[in-house]
Design a protein. Structure first.
Length: 480
């Protein structure tokens, strides 16, 4: 090789390295500035941990608004539950909730009147579980305080809103050996439990891709309603941060179908948010007629739509969407594997045998789909349906309308039987971490984020959560 050619190649290589280097510089964070660094060294593994069984689960509930009132009724519908304490800022809400369950024999103590009344409730010694249905900013402080006071925490979505809070939940749960369980957004019951059972029994082959969302228009009738919820907390949550603010309903079922936390792990993600086209204009329109809304004009509202894309360590992909302000129909969820495809809204299923070529698929006919569902209905669904039927035969003054959810029922059943809970603190932290990750990534032009591993490596050997077929026991707690 001539020296001229060698010089040329050397220069080309260097400039190529320069180009690559410049490119990498522009899309990688400066050394040491990882916004969400991974922590090391698990204190104790809460995955698969079984707390000592409880004959009676004594519960205190905080936050008795729209959702919490239902929480009181749902939990009071389970055998072996005693509602021993109720808490809300508003004394009349405490009284209202107590009245709703009096006929079932519950005589709760009342906690009310000041911002910290819930702390006194958590300190009450004769409670096992604190159920939390307050505004989002209170969730982590209340879970942490409950666990530190020797109570399990059962919390509405999202368990946490920042990465610091996610870690705080994990560390507190591991240190205290108290469970921290999210209250919904799971495959614990209904058709999603059947689909999860099918996934686990290989119906889908290898799971490749999942999509989920929370697309639910709240602008017109809800977010801007002064009387509909406490102190405008929902609207305020949509100011100053733009991302997926409520990922759990879509995310947790797909995490469960992909064994995230027990066999696979979320690796990295990136996120994009649209601008806001609704919240700001709505505030302006309302402010023209009512001075109250002037404080909401010109605020930094979240964008209408957020889309976040994930890759798992085992090579799967996930797309999550969040939109509460666009006037449009609700979104869909879907799951695709090497052998089958499922989507919601309306629910329908197709298998590779239904592939008719050139990308065309035949959906299973209603009758065929029903047969598949019947075959794969998990034992938990069957038992829950059986207990619901039994409870309906007991006339307790119209109580049946407020029957409990499968998530509530299984939590109480696991606690009473001394079994690991179906959803652990790592699931709560991982799904909640989507919020800070998406906010940061969307703010930084879809910057690719590493996703912290809250199990600190234990995901590789952890046993599956959500015991759909009572393989570990349980299923003995009835409904009342
Ligand atoms: N899983 C679901 O499908 C679902 C559905 C609806 C709501 N939620 C969740 O439920 C929670 C509550 O939502 P909501 O619609 O009932 O709101 P809400 O405003 O109607 O109720 C909140 C209640 O918390 C009380 N509260 C506020 N600060 C308090 C404090 N310091 N101490 C004690 N009580 C306090 C308020 O007085 C109010 O009664 C939220 O986290 C929401 O995301 C979940």
């Amino acid at each position: 090789m001539t020296s001229t050619r060698r010089d040329f190649l050397k220069k080309a290589t260097l400039s190529g390295a320069g180009i690559v280097g410049a490119g990498m510089m522009s899309c990688s964070r400066a050394s040491g500035s990882d916004p969400f660094p991974q922590k090391q060294g698990q204190t104790f593994n809460m995955s698969g941990y079984a707390a000592p069984g409880l004959d009676v689960v004594r519960i205190g509930i905080v936050g008795l608004g729209n959702r919490g009132t239902g929480t009181v009724r749902r939990l009071a519908s389970i055998e072996g539950v005693e509602i021993r304490a109720l808490c809300d800022l508003e004394p009349d809400r405490v009284q209202r909730s107590a009245d709703l369950i009096e006929h079932l024999g519950h005589k709760p103590d009342f906690y009310s009147g000041d911002e910290d009344a819930w702390k006194r409730m958590c300190e009450k010694p004769d409670l096992d579980l604190i159920a939390i249905a307050t505004p989002w900013h209170l969730h982590t402080p209340q879970c942490v305080y409950a666990m530190e006071n020797d109570k399990h925490a059962y919390v509405e979505l999202p368990a946490a809103t920042t990465m610091e809070e996610c870690w705080e939940l994990v560390e507190t749960s591991e240190r205290t050996r108290k469970h921290c369980v999210q209250m919904s957004g799971s495959c614990a019951g209904g058709l999603s439990a059947t689909i999860l059972n099918m996934v686990r029994q290989g119906f889908f082959g290898d799971v490749i891709h999942g999509e989920g969302c929370y697309i639910h228009t709240l602008t017109g009738f809800y977010l801007f309603d002064k009387d509909m919820y406490h102190n405008m907390w929902r609207l305020n949550e949509n100011i100053g941060r733009s991302g997926n603010l409520y990922p759990q309903h879509g995310m947790v079922p797909i995490m469960q179908m992909m064994d995230i936390g027990y066999g696979d792990k979320l690796d990295y993600c990136c996120s994009i948010s649209s601008d806001d086209f609704d919240l700001g204009p709505t505030a302006e329109r309302l402010a023209a007629e009512d001075d109250y809304w002037k404080q909401y004009v010109g605020r930094d509202y979240r964008g209408n739509m957020n889309v976040t894309v994930f890759k798992t360590v085992k090579g799967r992909t996930i797309v999550m969407q969040h939109d509460v302000s666009t006037s449009r129909p609700r979104g869909r969820s879907m799951l695709s594997g090497t052998r089958a495809f499922y989507e919601t809204g309306p629910a329908r299923l197709s298998t590779t045998e239904q592939h008719t070529g050139w990308g065309s698929y035949r959906w299973l006919a209603d009758e065929e789909f029903r047969e598949v569902q019947e075959k794969y209905t998990p034992e938990t669904n069957r038992r829950f349906a059986e207990f619901t039927r039994l409870a309906e035969q007991i006339d307790r003054g119209g109580h049946s309308y407020y029957r409990t959810s499968p998530v509530d029922w299984r939590l109480i059943d696991c606690l009473r039987n001394g079994l690991p809970v179906d959803m652990d603190v790592y699931e709560a932290a991982t799904s909640s971490a989507v919020t800070p990750l998406s906010i940061y990534s969307a703010k930084n032009r879809a910057f690719v984020e590493n996703i912290p591993d809250f199990t600190k490596g234990a995901w590789e050997t952890n046993q599956r959560g959500l015991d759909l077929n009572f393989e570990r026991g349980g299923g003995t707690t009835k409904l009342v």
